[in-house]
Design a protein around this ligand. Structure first.
Ligand code: CAA
Length: 258
């Protein structure tokens, strides 16, 4: 277990579990949490023993948004000069897959943080929303872009313009989540997805994440070309040889991450 002020990081069997740990403030995302997350995921990205992470929240929230009390007196120049929220872009650029296990409120920046993750598993107690309009602002951590890409314009407008909250079942129905599970089974489900991923070869895991992430920004022609290059590039790995030989020999592949 590593020590951070506002998050808990546990590493085991190629999997890191990162827990936002400011439950008294519903894990509101202040500068401390952002800096801890940036440094934890930088460490995870560089740690050869870790392949995949789960991000969740302690208590009744995943995260109830950016810290309103920290932001409320800031001016445009304060935020612009500090490049406020820039740390979240570093988190979003993490190369290894991150599974969001959304245990409760995921509002504003909390919803945006969940959407930065690669898979989103929601508990039936999860509540999603972009309530920034109630504060006289808009989403600011990439929500309007990632949410619109995830659920389409009309649904994104509905959430961003009304600020209403939706439950895990609705979020799942409209395509924000990849899985919806009973609250008590949330961490088991996230862990079982992580264990499945952790069995595979790291080069193909990183390439898969990179490919799907880039696909959101490329044209179909460029995307297919990009995918083809990465696919062919993996034929330079030992794990491609092992994976395909294991299939032909009807045995389980034993990958080396090489
Ligand atoms: N920032 C700072 N503190 C927050 C917070 C936030 N986003 N959300 C909750 N808290 C604090 C509350 O102030 C409260 O602290 P105190 O005990 O010291 O008063 C504590 O967490 C518990 O919250 P509540 O008493 O409000 O709990 P509740 O069950 O009555 O309500 C809630 C829960 C509906 C989630 C409510 O807390 C709420 O509406 N939170 C704010 C949600 C929000 O507006 N998020 C967007 C933030 S702006 C943003 O994120 C910008 C962006 O795009 C990046």
């Amino acid at each position: 277990m590593s020590s951070y002020e506002s998050i808990i990081v546990e590493k085991n069997n190629r999997i890191a579990v990162v827990t936002l740990n400011r439950p008294e403030a519903l894990n509101a995302l202040n500068a401390q949490i952002m800096n801890d997350i940036v440094s934890a995921f930088d460490d995870i990205d560089r740690d050869p023993e870790i392949v995949v992470s789960i991000l969740t929240g302690a208590g009744r929230a995943f995260a109830a948004g950016a810290d309103i009390k920290e932001m409320k007196d800031q001016s445009f120049s304060d935020m612009f000069l500090a490049d406020y929220f820039a740390g979240w872009d570093k988190f979003a650029a993490c190369r290894k897959p991150v599974i969001a296990a959304v245990n409760g409120f995921a509002l504003g920046g909390g919803c945006e943080l969940a959407l930065m993750c690669d898979m989103l598993i929601a508990s039936d107690k999860a509540k999603f929303g972009q309530p920034e309009i109630k504060l006289g602002v808009t989403p600011g951590m990439g929500g309007s872009i990632r949410l619109t890409k995830a659920i389409g314009k009309a649904r994104a407008m509905d959430l961003v313009l009304t600020g209403r909250m939706i439950d895990g079942a609705e979020a799942n129905r409209i395509g924000m989540c990849s899985r919806l599970v009973e609250h008590d089974k949330l961490m088991d489900e996230a862990m079982s997805a992580a264990m499945e991923i952790a069995n595979y070869s790291l080069p193909s895991i990183l390439a898969s994440k990179e490919m799907v992430t880039r696909s959101l920004e490329l044209s179909t022609t460029e995307g297919v070309k990009y995918e083809r290059r990465l696919f062919m590039g993996l034929f330079g790995t030992l794990d491609q040889k092992e994976g395909m030989a294991a299939f032909a020999e009807k045995r389980k592949a034993s990958f080396l991450d090489k």
